[in-house]
Design a protein around this ligand. Sequence first.
Ligand code: BDR
Ligand code: CA
Length: 317
Amino acid sequence: MYKLILDLDTGIDDTLAIAYALGSPEVELIGITGTYGNVTLEQGVHNDLAVTDLFGHKEVPAFPGLPHASTKDSFEVLPVSAFIHGDNGVGEAEIAPSPRQPEEENGVDFIIRAAHTYGKDLIYVATGPMTNIAAAFERDPSIINEIGNIVIMGGALTVSGNVAPWREANISQDPEAADALFRSGAQVTMVGLDVTLQTLLTTKETQQWRDLHTKAGDFLADMTDYYIRAYAKTAPQLGGCGLHDPLAVAVAIDPSLITTLGVNLKVDLEEPTRGRTIGDKDRLNDPVKTTQVAVGVDKDRFLQEFMGRISGLAASC
Ligand code: BDR
Ligand code: CA
């Protein structure tokens, strides 16, 4: 069984990513590393512990990572993030706080330790800013080619961004960190807006969670309905909410869900296009492409897996 680390800014769709992972027998979630973005680092880690408790997985530890971008010394939640995810990050849905404490080991150190321990059996999925993984690579470059599978949710190659026409939210938080990851030499799969805005959820599906009549089912439905309402205001043309983060987990488990384009990616660091994910002209002719960018997705199969796995988990807790 593969070992999985989720690096999250938990967040509504990050919570759905946790649920997807816990509903997947192919992987063991060995830890969550916390980052900032949708919420503060502290709130995100609080949510990680509460959510894993609710889903009956009190054994999953949460490691606080770095609290702000690599080029900044503080972080504040943007009003748009609070609008989409709620002040508590889980759409103001009610959830009991966990009696557990976050781990003392920093998330960056945990990533390094896990890479050395599990090597190619380790899957790392980031669904927030890339600050922790970039710091881990900087601290210990020997892990760059040691991790079995690195998948990120972030970026937009063939479509516009969601923060600005050229900027997606996770990359936008720390463009330097994402650029360092793309240029590190590690093989990375990028699951960006190109595909995550094709995988949508509606209240028809959340009603199925409500119909389970379990605590987890009610929580998932309340939380996700909040997200769907936010999407109805900000992107009514979609007709649902984007399943960004759980798609990244699904792809890490089953890469056949997507079709990809090999590109040596970089992130623009200068204005006016700061935060744009784009091919690196200087590496255009390198025969080895280090990023596989998802450009197509089998959305029906993904949605079926998504509902099957998460409903299976929520039915029992
Ligand atoms: C990404 O930004 C965050 O708001 C979501 O959780 C997702 O990871 C989408 O751009
Ligand atoms: Ca996220």
